[in-house]
Ligand binder design. Sequence first.
Ligand SMILES: Cc1cc2nc3c(=O)[nH]c(=O)nc-3n(C[C@H](O)[C@H](O)[C@H](O)COP(=O)(O)OP(=O)(O)OC[C@H]3O[C@@H](n4cnc5c(N)ncnc54)[C@H](O)[C@@H]3O)c2cc1C
Length: 519
Amino acid sequence: MHTETQISINPEFLDNEAEILRCISLQMGVESNRIKHFSLRKRSVDARKRNQVVYQLRYEVWVDEMPENQSIFELPQQNVSLKKEIYIVGLGPAGLFAALKCIELGYKPIVLERGKAVRERRRDLAALNKEGIVNPESNYCFGEGGAGTFSDGKLYTRSTKRGDTASVLNILHYFGATADITIDAHPHIGTNKLPQIIQNMREKIIECGGEVRFDTKLTNVFVQADKISHIELNGNEKIATDTLILATGHSARDIFELLHNNKIAIEAKSFALGVRVEHPQGLIDSLQYHCDVRHPNLPAASYSLVKQILNKGVYSFCMCPGGIICPSATEEDGLVVNGWSPSKRDSPFANSGMVVEVAVEDFITKNPSPLDGILFQRKIEERAFIGGGGKQVAPALRLSDFVSGKVSTTLPDCSYLPGLQATDLRNVLPTFVHKRLQEGFRQFGQMMKGYVSNEAVVVGVESRTSSPVRIPRDIETFMHPTVKGLFPCGEGAGYAGGIMSAAIDGQKCAAAAVRFLVS
Ligand SMILES: Cc1cc2nc3c(=O)[nH]c(=O)nc-3n(C[C@H](O)[C@H](O)[C@H](O)COP(=O)(O)OP(=O)(O)OC[C@H]3O[C@@H](n4cnc5c(N)ncnc54)[C@H](O)[C@@H]3O)c2cc1C
């Protein structure tokens, strides 16, 4: 018999095979000596019951028989150096997965990336963290691997309808992520491991005959007879092409301006805006696991909070347990924060975005433009920059002061390297966001007693949650409705929100581009 079963186990038995076998045998009502093999398929932490945190484990089990040879994932690959070319702009998760899909389908991807390769990019991030200098072409958003490289590397999507998540996890495992990502309910890679995985992906693209060009910025697109005809790179190189996958991310504001100026339709869309909040990790562990000290087999605890406040969603976003808050602006006079964590999630801090829904009517101006959302974001990022006093020093308040409307006289320790400045965040955030955040935190404090702590700090601003612009595309062909051969792709185009969904969208756009070329 070959079947599946689920067991609950205390964290101290997580690695204890004999105890796991005993639990499987008990759960299935089968004597343990008849169980010839068992293999872990899904793992999650269940902290719903007070004082009894358990692991839920789903096993594939073989009774009275041994498993046949298990299939091993093989990356579909071939040499495409002499095949028809497909241009992809942006080497983020969407661009990377689009390039691999092109190879699988027998096309040669040529990827153009404005930023630098991972190793050189690291130097720019060091300068950003130490000296507060933003390089507009090389930062937490731009460069090899896009915003995904120095991210937290959480690999889940809120939507289960997006597509083949298993294929993305298998590919990331093939390139070096641990097998844990294929079994964990909330898979996570970590900032220390992502750069090597992304470099391995780029090397495979090149080994298969694809091309990757760094320091290569798309600066114009030309359309003739409603079709893509040429692209311009770095303001001086013109290349003829009939197919373009545009995967430039939500921070490529110049791309949105370029499309708008060229009368290629784009639309304003809703997004979310708020702050990052950071607590001591020990406090979150004790609130979530109801214990003084976390068991070493348990991961740093996380939370997910959501409330409707005055008809708008207020919710936690991109939580990084055991993580670090980082400066992720792309403009020199703006300040944006985000978060990441290492694979072990072992920093003493837990941070999370806490954001409020922003609808188009919240920012649209009297002379409406699809770029209004960018103007709105930029204004707030500039206020945050000034509020912190420059050099990426971030405006911040103790969480308890933020909720009670006071300006803190001192601030607690925080992981954010460029430093903090106590600032009244009413001068930074729009009133409709500030008010809802205050009330949201107050209500979250009732749900998790101790959450609104004097030791927690609120750091401004979390403004790049998703793109404020959508580049429209046909639901079937994935092509722009008025420009044949143009495939808006990934988070920047408004079709993804995170690494997993961007990767899946990259695969879909590449498949659509191939369908277009063979039609
Ligand atoms: C610090 C941080 C932590 C994050 N943590 C997580 C997480 O844990 N889990 C998660 O799911 N998501 C996370 N995200 C978000 C995630 O990284 C993005 O959703 C994802 O990277 C979007 O993928 P993308 O390929 O669509 O765009 P991007 O990753 O933004 O990539 C776009 C690429 O296009 C390039 N580009 C832009 N303009 C041009 C141009 N004109 N010419 C050439 N190239 C151009 C950029 O340099 C960039 O490399 C995080 C983001 C940040 C910044």
